[in-house]
Ligand binder design. Structure first.
Ligand code: IPE
Ligand code: IPE
Ligand code: MG
Ligand code: MG
Ligand code: MG
Length: 309
């Protein structure tokens, strides 16, 4: 895909994703709980790459989906992701004061409110995803599409919880400051597969589920999510060392400060880069086997390998 075509498509799709996310943010109801709503929206509105909802949008359309049922799920995955970042940045976890180019939620609203806002965002994600049913009431395909929505909800919750992102985050915190030798490659891969890949598998699989893709396509999306997620986290490790703070929008050397084992501490920057390349090739290889137009996704995956933010 040509550069200009890709840039235009990315711009157009990102604008759609952004619109959807903003539509589902909680509104001010005039009550006393103003602050928590404000804190929830703060990090959501600052923005980010919006990679996960974009992947969901792509996967849904790739497998022929064409209704609005995917939209609440697109907003929900970004809420869950943002919840994970608000909590990840807390003094008790990574203790970072910059996120998406702005002071972190706890730096602005204080730790107690950031903790609650993170929880509330996680809960609001499910409140939002449930709204998907509103699009199908009274429709002839209520039964069939309803079952897809239930499966999508199950997938979303599984990939977030103790069989997903939170499992990875838990092993990640357990092992920091424990000396670089205590974590081997196997355990590091476990951490990355769970803390990062699960929330990349989720949108790819949910898009496919909602569109009614078959089992083998779902398997493909799972495999694709694993590869993209692992490459994405290794690139994140690299950027923590070699990135530009202004562009990255988060503090450099957070991993070193927290004495984390990463792909960079195990294999060096060059070794880590080589791994990103291999995983990216594998991800592209998977996409080449999927019927339908995957040109945009292929290009997106390649861009991620060289990302600087
Ligand atoms: C950051 O995710 C956390 C990791 C899994 C490395 P992103 O790099 O997607 O963060 P935003 O959403 O663009 O801010
Ligand atoms: C966190 O990994 C992944 C999450 C599930 C939040 P990192 O701790 O490396 O993410 P950043 O670098 O703070 O974005
Ligand atoms: Mg962390
Ligand atoms: Mg962190
Ligand atoms: Mg990081």
């Amino acid at each position: 895909m040509e550069d200009q075509v890709f840039e235009e498509e990315l711009k157009r799709k990102s604008a759609t994703v952004e619109q959807v996310i903003r539509r589902y943010l909680p509104k001010d109801d005039g009550g006393y709980a103003k602050k928590i709503r404000e804190a929830m929206c703060y990090s959501m509105e600052v923005g980010g790459k919006r990679l996960r909802p974009l992947l969901m949008y792509e996967s849904y359309h790739l497998f022929g989906g064409e209704s609005a049922i995917v939209e609440p799920f697109m907003a929900a995955i970004e809420m869950i992701h943002t919840h994970s970042l608000i909590h990840d940045d807390l003094p008790a976890i990574d203790n970072d004061d910059l996120r998406r180019g702005k002071p972190t939620t706890h730096a602005v609203y204080g730790e107690p409110m950031a903790l609650l806002a993170g929880d509330a965002l996680l809960n609001y994600a499910y409140e939002t995803a449930f709204q998907s049913f509103l699009y199908i009431y009274g429709r002839d395909d209520f039964q069939e599409t309803g079952e897809r929505i239930v499966e999508a909800l199950r997938t979303l919750s599984e990939k977030t919880g103790i069989r997903g992102m939170l499992a990875g985050q838990s092993v990640d915190v357990e092992n920091e400051k424990s000396g670089h030798l205590s974590i081997d490659r196997d355990m590091l891969d476990y951490i990355y597969e769970y803390k990062t890949s699960k929330l990349i598998e989720a949108p790819l699989e949910i898009g496919a589920i909602l569109a009614g893709a078959d089992k083998s396509d779902l398997f493909c999306m799972n495999d694709l999510g694993k590869k993209i997620g692992l490459a994405f986290q290794i690139q994140d490790d690299i950027l923590d060392v070699t990135g530009d703070e202004k562009e990255l929008g988060k503090p450099l050397h957070s991993d070193e400060r927290n004495e984390k084992t990463t792909y960079v501490t195990l294999f060096g920057v060059d070794g880590a880069r080589a791994k990103v390349e291999v995983l990216t090739e594998q991800a592209v290889g998977i996409l080449e086997t999927v019927p339908g137009d995957t040109a945009f996704l292929i290009r997106l995956v390649k861009e991620l390998a060289g990302r600087t933010k």
